[in-house]
Design a protein around this ligand. Structure first.
Ligand code: FES
Length: 189
């Protein structure tokens, strides 16, 4: 049987020219290269959407750390992703204020409306649905973040409209590029 080779996330990382330039500038900012670990990881995720094992090895080389140390950093911070997310990333705050205001019910409603279980991505790669910790909008929970936009007071009654807007946005080429419209997945507030 042929050797299937390493999984895609474990392939050597091929940084873009922009990434190489940014990495050199980031590392040069600090007296110790290891201090550049977090900003470099942010840069990788910003460009690629997630951080593969190959990318972690590359960051380790740039910062003089071991790959396992970089993996330790990536796995410690929930904002770092070790797998690609869907085209729309839906995050439900589950910290105390939002939990008391019904975040669990909101999550259940989103699971039903989006056809996606929590902590999973739909089979077609359209939507990732996750719980996250405080989104810093505690007085107006339950708070849901769709990509970069916050939606406040997302009760289960408001979920069908939000889910429909998220689904509709999948076919919009200019999603995230136009001025946000209240209630749209890009609306911040
Ligand atoms: S507790 Fe949900 S935004 Fe702070």
């Amino acid at each position: 049987m042929d050797n299937p080779g390493p999984p895609p996330g474990n392939l050597p990382f091929a940084p873009s020219p922009g990434m190489l330039e940014a990495a050199a500038a980031i590392v040069a900012r600090y007296p110790e290269p290891r201090s550049a670990t977090l900003p470099l990881l942010h840069r990788v995720q910003e460009e690629n959407g997630w951080i593969s094992l190959g990318a972690m090895r590359w960051v380790a080389e740039k910062t003089g750390r071991t790959p396992i140390e970089v993996l330790g950093v990536v796995s410690f911070y929930p904002m770092f992703r070790q797998a690609p997310s869907g085209r729309r990333h839906v995050r439900v705050c589950r910290t105390l204020s939002c939990a008391l205001r019904g975040a669990e019910d909101t999550m259940r409603a989103l699971e039903k409306e989006l056809g996606c279980k929590r902590c999973e991505t739909t089979a077609d790669g359209a939507v990732t649905l996750e719980f996250v910790e405080c989104l810093a909008c505690c007085a107006t929970g339950p708070v849901v973040q769709v990509d970069h936009a916050l939606h406040e007071g997302v009760t289960p009654a408001r979920v069908p409209a939000l889910a429909a807007a998220v689904r509709a946005s999948l076919s919009e080429k200019d999603h995230g590029l136009r001025p946000p419209v209240p209630g749209s997945p890009e609306w911040n507030g």
